[in-house]
Design a protein around this ligand. Structure first.
Ligand code: ATP
Ligand code: MG
Length: 564
C-alpha cells in the first residue's frame, strides 16, 4: 500500500469548514506576514500556500503584510523579492500590499491608551536588568522599581522617547501584566524600544519601534483578519496576543491558530542562516539554484505548480519536530516535468564518434516528437551526420557483463536512429580514449531486423549541428540530513563540497534558441532548465532541476513493504 500523495490532512482547513458549516464563521480573511529581512524559502511557501489557499477555497481574502518593525535588518530589495515570489507561486493578495508600519500611528495611540488605563509603563532598567528581573521558568520575576510611575509621567516619557530625547537601550515601554505569570511572555512584555534608525517605509519619523507582539495582533484586528495562522513557536505568545485584543478598543478580534513549521532534510529553513551563505559568498546569491529559497528553486527549474503540490502533499498539522524528505519535493517537480517538459538530447561528457561508413557531408534529419504523450508539444528536427557525440559514460573499453551500452566490437542503438557497432578505439599518448570509430547498419532505422537483439539505446548529438552549452549539475548543499541539528556546532562544516559540478556539454540544435526558464527532459539524463540570467561565453547555461530516478517512489515502496 502506498499513501495518497495528492493531499494530506490539513486541520486548519477542516476547522474552518466546520465553522462555516456550523454557522460560526461567515468569511475568511487570512494574511501572510513576512519580515522583509531576507528572501522567502520553502518553509514560507508552506505558509503562503496555506494562507492564500484557505482564502481561495472559502472565497475570502488573503493579505500580504510586511512585518516591518525591525528597520535595522530590513531592505526594499527584500520587499520586492518577496512580492515577486508570492506572485510567481501563483497567488494574488487582496488590495494593496500592507505594512505593519502603516499602523504605527494607531499603535502609538493604543500604547497611550494602555498607559492611561494603568496597563503600561516606561521602564529605565537596562536590557540586562530587565532580563534579570524577569525570573525563570521556575522562579517568578520581580517588579521593576519604575513599575508604579504615574500615567502622566509615563505619557510624558513616552512622548520624549518618541521625539528622540533618549539614547537607545535607556528606556522601554512595557505592558503592566503580571511579573509572576507562569508564561514568561506575560511578565510585563516590551511594547516599544528606542531605535534611532531610518525605516524603509517611514523614514526618520520614528525613534521608537513597537515590538512584534505589540504589533501583530493589532495589525490583524485593523485589517479584519479572521484567522491569524502562524507557526508553533508563537503558541506561547497567544495569551499575549489575546491580552492586547482584550485590553484595546480594537475593531474585531482575530484568532491565532498555530501549525507545525516545515523542516526538510538536507536543507536549512532559517533566513538568518541562508543569509550567512549569501553574505559569505558560499553560494551565488539568494537565488543560487542550490538554495531552498523560492527564487533559488525557480532558477533551478521548479514550477510553481510543483511547489504548491508539495505543500498540499505535506499537509498541515500541529505535530512538531518531523523532518520531511526532500525526495518528496523532488518527486513533485519530477512528476510535473515528466508530464509537461519537452524532450531533447544533450551529451554532458562528449566523446566524438566517427561513423566511418557515412559519407562526408551526409545529412539526415529526423522528425521526433517533442514529448512521447503530448502531441501539442510538436515535433523537433534532429539532424544526423558522419560525426556525432555520445556520452563518455556510455562507452567502456572493458565492460562488465550487464553493460548494454557501447564497447569494442559491440552494438548499440542511437536513439531515434540507427544501430552502430564500435570498430576501433582512438587514444591519446596518455592512453585516454579520445574518439571511437564505428559503423552504421543502414538496415536498422526505426526497426530491429529479424534475429537481431540490440538491448542498449543511447542518446547522441550530431557534431556538425550540436550546440555547445554549459550544464550545471546541482546536488544537496549539505551532506547531512539536519545541518543545524547541533546548535553549538557550525553548520557550515556540513557543506557538500560537490554540490555543484559544471559540464561543457553539447545539445541538439532545438536547444539553441530556447527562452530563459524553458524546461526540458534531456533524455536518459534528467530534467533541466535554461538559466534565467546566465550565459557563459555566449553559451546558454542549463541547470539540472532533478534527476530521473524517483527517490520518493522508492521510499514509499519500502514503507509499504515494512507495513506489510
Ligand atoms: P525564518 O526563521 O526563516 O527567519 P521567520 O518565521 O522568522 O522565518 P517570517 O518572515 O517572520 O520568517 O515568516 C513569515 C511567515 O512564514 C510566518 O507566519 C512564519 O510562521 C512562516 N514560516 C516561516 N518559516 C516557516 C516554516 N519553516 N514552515 C512554515 N511556515 C514558516
Ligand atoms: Mg519571524
Amino acid at each position: 500500500m502506498t499513501t495518497d500523495t495528492t493531499s494530506a490532512p490539513n486541520f486548519i482547513r477542516n476547522q474552518i469548514r466546520d465553522e462555516i458549516e456550523g454557522g460560526r464563521a461567515d468569511k475568511v480573511v487570512t494574511r501572510f506576514p513576512p519580515e522583509p529581512n531576507g528572501f522567502l524559502h520553502i518553509g514560507h511557501a508552506k505558509s503562503i500556500c496555506l494562507n492564500f489557499g484557505l482564502a481561495e477555497q472559502f472565497g475570502g481574502d488573503c493579505h500580504l503584510r510586511f512585518d516591518d518593525t525591525n528597520p535595522a535588518k530590513e531592505e526594499q530589495a527584500f520587499i520586492d523579492a518577496i512580492k515577486a515570489d508570492v506572485e510567481w507561486l501563483g497567488f494574488q493578495w487582496a488590495g494593496e500590499v500592507r505594512f505593519a508600519s502603516d499602523y504605527f500611528d494607531q499603535l502609538y495611540a493604543w500604547a497611550q491608551h494602555l498607559i492611561r488605563e494603568g496597563k503600561a509603563y516606561v521602564d529605565d532598567l537596562s536590557p540586562d536588568e530587565i532580563r534579570e528581573y524577569r525570573g525563570t521558568l521556575t522562579e517568578p520575576g520581580k517588579p521593576s522599581p519604575y513599575r508604579e510611575r504615574s500615567a502622566d509621567e509615563n505619557l510624558d516619557l513616552l512622548e520624549r522617547m518618541r521625539a528622540g530625547e533618549f539614547d537607545e537601550g535607556t528606556k522601554v515601554l512595557r505592558a503592566k501584566i503580571d511579573m509572576a505569570a507562569p508564561n514568561i511572555n506575560l511578565r510585563d512584555p516590551i511594547l516599544y524600544r528606542i531605535r534611532h534608525a531610518h525605516h524603509h517605509q517611514t523614514g526618520d519619523k520614528w525613534k521608537i519601534y513597537p515590538s512584534y507582539d505589540f504589533t501583530h495582533g493589532q495589525s490583524d484586528a485593523l485589517e479584519g483578519v479572521t484567522h491569524s495562522i502562524c507557526t508553533l513557536e508563537f503558541e506561547d505568545h497567544r495569551p499575549l496576543y489575546e491580552w492586547f485584543l482584550a485590553n484595546l478598543p480594537v475593531p474585531c478580534v482575530p484568532r491565532q491558530i498555530e501549525f507545525a513549521r516545515l523542516n526538510l532534510n538536507y536543507t536549512l529553513t532559517s533566513k538568518r542562516k541562508l543569509k550567512l551563505l549569501v553574505d559569505e559568498q558560499i553560494v551565488d546569491g539568494w537565488d543560487d539554484p542550490r538554495m531552498p529559497t523560492i527564487s533559488g528553486m525557480r532558477r533551478r527549474g521548479y514550477t510553481p505548480a510543483s511547489i504548491r503540490k508539495f505543500c498540499e502533499m505535506i499537509g498541515v498539522t500541529r505535530a512538531d519536530g518531523g523532518l520531511v524528505e526532500i525526495a518528496m519535493l523532488t518527486h513533485a517537480i519530477r512528476s510535473d516535468l515528466e508530464d509537461n517538459a519537452p524532450r531533447a538530447m544533450c551529451v554532458l561528457k562528449p566523446l566524438k564518434v566517427v561513423l566511418t561508413n557515412v559519407p562526408e557531408g551526409h545529412e539526415e534529419v529526423y522528425d521526433v516528437p517533442g514529448h512521447p504523450a503530448r502531441d501539442d508539444l510538436g515535433v523537433r528536427k534532429v539532424p544526423f551526420s558522419r560525426e556525432i557525440y555520445i556520452d563518455h559514460d556510455d562507452f567502456m573499453e572493458e565492460p562488465p557483463k550487464k553493460f548494454f551500452r557501447l564497447a569494442p566490437g559491440k552494438e548499440v542503438r542511437l536513439r531515434n536512429s540507427y544501430v552502430i557497432r564500435c570498430d576501433e578505439v582512438v587514444k591519446d599518448a596518455a592512453g585516454d580514449v579520445t574518439a571511437l570509430h564505428c559503423s552504421v547498419d543502414f538496415d536498422t532505422l526505426g526497426k530491429n531486423p529479424e534475429g537481431r537483439k540490440v538491448k542498449g539505446v543511447i542518446h547522441w548529438v550530431s557534431a556538425d549541428h550540436g550546440v555547445p552549452m554549459e550544464v550545471r549539475l546541482y546536488d544537496n548543499l549539505f551532506q547531512v540530513e539536519q545541518p543545524d541539528k547541533d546548535k553549538d556546532a557550525d553548520f557550515l562544516e556540513h557543506l557538500n563540497p560537490e554540490s555543484l559540478q559544471v559540464c561543457q556539454a553539447i545539445g541538439e540544435p532545438s536547444l539553441a534558441e530556447v527562452a530563459p526558464e524553458s524546461r526540458f527532459q534531456f533524455e536518459r539524463v534528467g530534467y533541466f532548465c535554461a538559466d534565467r540570467h546566465a550565459c557563459v561565453d555566449g553559451k546558454r547555461v542549463f541547470n539540472r532541476t532533478v534527476g530521473l530516478k524517483d527517490g520518493w517512489a522508492k521510499i514509499q515502496k519500502n514503507d509499504g513493504q515494512k507495513k506489510g
